[in-house]
Design a protein around this ligand. Structure first.
Ligand code: 6R9
Length: 651
């Protein structure tokens, strides 16, 4: 990977924080030096952001790597930290959640309201026989009950396993079974693209195969007809909303399991990533405060992720609520009932901090600049990105068309496994570069190493690793310590291997290059898919691109690009052919002739996972004329048919 291209390093645009923003920022430059001087003392200080029932005796126990323990001997309750302590501080009437349902129904939920619901749900779960250490599966749409259910589990020490509401019965039953969940919390359905989708029917199918499940608790959201098993199913409004709202939170050990969240490996069985209590809450609370510069009294924060992903866990539920934020929660899709829905929501609630994903940003670019231009976005003061490398042009578009050229943009790198943000600008400190996640946060030691595990110098590329344990790190893979060691700790001795490629530029700032499985080897040169994609997206006629390496008799692998033109670009017949030539030449000019794609296909859509990441594996199958591999994690299964049929017609 050291022979990578120079393109991203040629990005010279830089955006220092506005002086006013920097002057009022939550975190200043000094934090880096402080953490460097004494990393454990730094994290200990961050742990004091929380209320502990009992202080820890030791900050970190790393005597048995890679099994870390943080804040040993400490005890706390997560729900108490997210709710009760704000109420005790006189902030019970503050809005916690502005809920916006897809059909337009709304709910305003204060911290006192949320506390009441969580206490009721905690009592109801206790009545159902759930005790500390039991697992509870949560399979809900993006409605406030999802946060209530998670916090109720945390309150009684039950470990939740949230399964994204778009997953199939197979995926759901596999996850319920792996964790032996005792209770499943679901809804009759949710609203998606204007239609009620079924959830309860999928649970019915899944639990036939999961003997551990004793009860299914059902929220009424859509009112659609559902099947009912009187010995197993219970309505949320009958058992939770009638339960006592008195509940005293008991403190749990800092290493008590808080949640399991499954990540789908590319091939094998999903991995149950286990997070625990004290270190996790410390790091999500600190990073939410530092990276988003949250001012709880004036900000309106909105993270557009689904609660079914780690971004929703850490930056909708635990980070913002532990910090006493007011936030927006939206149930639906960005184009229902119209393509301005996000901007309408920003305008309506006066959102000040927006956290979304490159896949959404590129979609908005494709839809056209005039859509956000039709709304008042002047309340925004900070923009965040997460989920994939953000192409420099998408970053610029986000800054200009959403951030009015005034809001700092923070590109945040992290993973389900890391639990919290690891690499990101600090908005009041860092002069950002479009497309770079910049530096590890204070207290985090990320590095880029070569095949021999040596740190690369500035200007070099290689593998992203984490050299020291961090508070919100995964503790293991549920039930499989061996797999935990093999997956993350065996590639480089004594380091956590993240599976991502990265580069250091001449200033030592970090550029993420995507999963190392996606790197292409063309005539002996390592070329990252991210770089070629960014070169394509830097062309004014391109909205989105996905690049793969296909076997080639002369070059080993050859670059094949799937490209979505921006709205209004002519692609029929000769115009399409001309555009393809123009794009091939554009890539050759930007990155060098070695990176010129062998083939470019103009397509209408790209295959994405349900969390919005491009599935290059499937495009590789198409590029190499193979039948498609496993498509069960595809967001939209018709996309691949569209792409394949487009190719046959020569497009
Ligand atoms: C939070 C989340 C993790 C993988 C990660 C990387 C990619 C996430 C990124 C990014 C470049 C960023 N990723 N954020 N790549 N820049 N800012 O997405 O967790 O679903 O577990 O995915 O996502 O490849 O390894 P998760």
């Amino acid at each position: 990977m050291s022979e990578t291209l120079e393109n991203l390093l040629n990005e010279t645009r830089q955006f220092p924080p506005p002086a006013e923003f920097a002057a009022a920022a939550n975190v200043t430059e000094g934090a880096y030096a402080e953490a460097r001087a004494d990393r454990l003392a730094f994290w200990e200080q961050q742990a004091h952001r929380l209320s502990w029932a009992k202080e820890w005796d030791q900050v970190l126990d790393w005597s048995n790597p890679p099994f870390a323990k943080w804040f040993i001997g400490g005890q706390l309750n997560v729900a108490y930290n997210c709710l009760d302590r704000h109420i005790e501080a006189g902030r019970g009437d503050k809005v916690a959640i502005h809920f916006e349902g897809e059909p337009g129904d709304t709910r305003t939920i204060t911290y006192a309201d949320l506390h009441r619901s969580v206490c009721q749900a905690a009592n109801a779960l206790t009545d159902l026989g759930v005790v500390a250490g039991d697992r509870v599966a949560i399979y809900l749409p993006m409605i406030p009950e999802a946060a209530v259910a998670m916090l109720a589990c945390a309150r009684i020490g039950a470990t939740h396993s949230v399964v994204f509401g778009g997953f199939s019965a197979d995926a759901l039953s596999g996850r319920i079974d792996d964790a032996s969940a005792k209770v499943v919390i679901t809804a009759d359905g949710g609203f998606r693209r204007g239609k009620p989708s079924g959830l309860k029917s999928i649970v019915d199918e899944a639990v036939v195969r999961t003997p551990s499940v004793e009860k299914v608790l059902v929220v009424r959201r859509t009112g659609q007809d559902i099947d009912w098993d009187g010995s197993r199913d219970l309505w949320w409004h009958e058992v939770v909303e009638t339960a006592s709202a008195e509940h005293t939170a008991q403190a749990f050990d800092a290493e008590h399991p808080l949640f399991i969240l499954y990540t789908s490996g590319t091939t094998a069985k999903p991995k149950g990533i286990l997070h625990t209590t004290g270190g996790y809450l410390t790091q999500v609370s600190y990073t939410h405060h530092a990276v988003f510069d949250l001012k709880p009294d004036s900000d309106v924060y909105w993270c557009t992720a689904d609660i079914g992903w780690v971004t929703g866990h850490s930056y909708i539920v635990y980070g913002p609520l532990s910090n006493g934020a007011t936030q927006v929660m939206y149930e639906g899709t960005p184009d229902t009932p119209h393509r301005g829905r996000f901007w309408e929501i920003v305008q309506k609630y006066g959102v000040t901090i927006l956290y979304t994903a490159p896949t959404a940003i590129r979609t908005f670019m494709k839809w056209g600049d005039d859509i956000p231009a039709g709304f008042d976005l002047s309340s925004l003061r900070l923009l965040g990105s997460v989920g994939e490398p953000i192409n420099p042009e998408a970053w610029m578009w986000y800054r200009e068309h959403i951030g009015g050229d005034r809001c700092p943009v923070v590109d945040t790198w992290w993973q389900t496994e890391t639990g919290a943000i690891m690499i990101s600008p600090l908005p009041g400190v860092t002069a950002t570069k479009p497309g770079s996640a910049m530096r590890p946060l204070p207290g985090i030691s990320a590095d880029v190493v070569d095949d021999q595990a040596s740190s690369v110098g500035n200007g070099g590329g290689g593998y992203l690793v984490l050299r020291e344990p961090w508070p919100s790190m995964l503790r293991t893979i549920w039930g499989d310590d061996q797999r935990f060691k093999e997956t993350y700790w065996s590639r480089f001795d004594g380091m956590y291997f993240a599976g991502d490629g990265a580069k250091k530029d001449e200033d030592g700032d970090l550029w993420l290059l995507g999963r190392v499985d996606d790197v292409m080897l063309v005539s002996g040169h390592n070329i990252s898919t991210t770089e070629v994609e960014s070169a394509l997206v830097s062309h004014p006629k391109v909205a989105e691109a996905a690049v793969v390496g296909a076997t080639d008799p002369t070059t080993g692998q050859a670059i094949v690009a799937f490209t979505i033109p921006r709205g209004g670009v002519e692609t029929d017949g000769e115009a399409g052919e001309a555009l393809i030539q123009e794009l091939r030449n554009h890539v050759a000019k930007t990155l060098g002739p070695i990176a010129k794609p062998r083939q470019i296909m103009l397509v209408a859509e790209l295959p994405k996972t349900r969390s919005g990441k491009i599935m290059r594996r499937l495009l590789r199958d198409v590029a190499e004329n193979r039948s498609l591999g496993d498509v069960t994690t595809l967001q939209d299964s018709t996309v691949m048919d569209l792409i394949s049929s487009g190719l046959q017609s020569g497009k």
